[in-house]
Design a protein around this ligand. Structure first.
Ligand code: 87F
Length: 513
């Protein structure tokens, strides 16, 4: 997907071009020119633009998030935000800018990230006296105030979350949602008196991330723990949910929940007086999910007709299209469509009608398929006469006639079925890619076949580094994705696939985004 970010407004829908059988290009109003299996990178770029989620922007790595995207983001927010509020986590907002002073405070771990920090150096014609950084994450922005606000044990726990944008000036190939220079996320930052409380929260948040992926985006994920090499260097341990893209054979970190331990408490002097009147240091966590979630969903479910949106996150769950017929009463059909939309909306279903007269029904079918709307309802003269409607599923193309009498129940049932089916199909595909490998040769073979590898591992950093070095090729090195929290049985005497030493755990390996 090289140089994707450098293509402004690449896929102009009105002039979309489709390849015919002989590889010649023909003009069509709609449709993708690339297939998911044929050229995944180009396919993805076309899907997010033609599906009206993304518009390419003139600054590489930055993308316009269109309403079709933001509706999904808001629905996810409407799930996640109340859940963390139930946990007594409060909303806050800290400034976008960080002073050099504060940013450098956590020098040790910022070092590796430094090249990605963007700076403001000028206002108008004059240079700033001291440049200020744009937040790449907010530890250094927030923790000086944690230090100020936390005095005694009664000030704990302190549990904050903010919804914001962050900037990381990435240099490797930008990809909409998956790797962009500015992105939206929530970042949670919490402080506790005890490690036990922090540990509990890490897993509670991780479970919310799993639910976000599995219940909303219909994307199966593995909950796991990161290796020492892959964890957030500033923290104690990192957990994550990991997704997998079968077409590219790459893992993708879906969201992370870190226990920071007391590292930042030391650096920022976040101390409190405990119940015995003694000075103690807080235990901290931080956790985030970003707009990357949406990219993972598009990659997993999209097909050669475009986006396929899970009903629970789709801005429009049902699109109603009228199918006029020469001598039929068009007005009557249109009225039936409007009535259908009203009935569905009154029942809490997100439905819209496309009653435009300057587009054919066929064009509309393609258009809404491209946009991934889960269910299409067609109403023509025959349906009207029979007091029924034709429903067509986006996920599998299945068509059924539903009696108008039980429209709401049928549609609700179908949307639930689509949601479940999308998850089941995605899980089946993901599971079919999982390969258990016990030797190096098996590992290399599986890697070549784009598998998601599950292997017994000695859990030694040096061994992971070696595996990385040995697999470094054009498509990137293999690394650990996570060690699943739910560990399969590891029989006595099982050896590490890479080092031959006794294995300590099962770990997922693969190339990744
Ligand atoms: C890029 C530039 C500067 C990642 C960076 O995961 C600093 C960083 O600290 C950096 N990229 N990180 C790690 C972020 C850790 C942590 N922050 C809060 C999270 C969850 C939310």
């Amino acid at each position: 997907m090289a140089g994707k970010g450098d293509k402004p407004a690449k896929a102009d829908k009105s002039a979309a071009v489709a390849k015919s059988g002989k590889g010649r290009k023909k003009e069509t109003g709609l449709g993708l020119t690339n297939t998911k299996d044929g050229n995944f990178g180009e396919w993805y770029s076309e899907v997010v633009t033609n599906g009206e989620m993304i518009e390419y922007y003139e600054i590489s790595g930055c993308y316009i998030l269109r309403p079709w995207t933001m509706a999904i983001w808001e629905i996810m927010q409407n799930f996640f935000d109340p859940e963390i509020k139930k946990m007594n986590i409060k909303t806050c907002y800290f400034p976008l800018f960080v002073s050099n002073n504060v940013l450098q405070k956590e020098k040790d771990h910022i070092e590796g990230f430094a090249p990605e920090v963007a700076w403001v150096t000028r206002s108008g014609d004059s240079d700033l006296e001291v440049p200020i950084a744009i937040r790449p994450t907010s530890e250094t922005v927030m923790y000086p105030y944690f230090s100020k606000w936390i005095r005694g044990h009664r000030d704990l726990p302190l549990r904050l979350n903010q919804w914001c944008n962050v900037v990381r000036w990435e240099f490797s190939n930008p990809t909409p949602f998956i790797r962009s220079r500015e992105f939206l996320w929530q970042e949670g930052h919490t402080a506790f008196a005890t490690k036990e409380e922090a540990d509990t929260e890490v897993l509670e948040i991780l479970e919310l991330y799993r639910r976000l992926y599995e219940e909303y985006l219909a994307v199966p994920v593995v909950k796991g723990r990161k290796s020492e090499l892959e964890k957030f260097a500033g923290g104690l341990y990192t957990t994550s949910v990991e997704a997998f893209i079968p077409n590219t054979g790459r893992g993708v970190q879906g969201a992370t929940s870190h226990c920071l331990g007391q590292n930042f408490a030391k650096m920022f002097e976040i101390n409190f007086e405990d119940e015995k009147g003694e000075k103690a240091m807080v235990w901290q966590n931080s956790w985030a999910y970003s707009t990357r979630t949406i990219g993972v969903m598009v990659m997993v479910h999209g097909d050669d007709k475009g986006l396929v949106l899970p009903p629970k996150v789709a801005a429009v769950q049902v699109i109603v299209v009228h199918v006029p017929y020469k001598d039929a009463d068009v007005k009557e059909i249109i009225n039936a469509c409007s009535a259908t939309v009203k009935t569905l909306c009154d029942a809490g279903i997100r439905a819209e009608a496309d009653l435009r007269e300057n587009y054919s029904p066929g064009w509309k079918y393609s258009h809404w398929e491209m946009k991934g709307v889960p269910l299409r309802i067609e109403i023509g003269p025959k349906d009207l006469a029979n007091n029924q409607a034709r429903a067509v599923r986006r996920d599998n193309g299945a068509k059924v006639d539903i009696p108008m009498a039980d429209l709401v129940d049928s549609v609700k049932g179908m949307l639930d079925t689509i949601q479940q089916n999308m998850f089941d199909v995605a899980k089946e595909k993901r599971d079919a890619c999982i390969q258990v490998t016990k030797t190096w040769d098996e590992f290399i073979e599986a890697l070549g076949q784009k598998k998601l590898i599950l292997a017994p591992w000695c859990d030694e950093e040096e061994v992971e580094k070696e595996v990385k070095a040995k697999t470094k090729g054009e498509t990137g090195a293999a690394k650990t994705l996570c060690s699943p929290l739910e560990q399969p049985e590891l029989p006595e005497g099982t050896l590490c696939f890479a080092s031959g030493k006794p294995a300590k755990k099962w770990t997922y390996w693969g190339r990744s985004y």
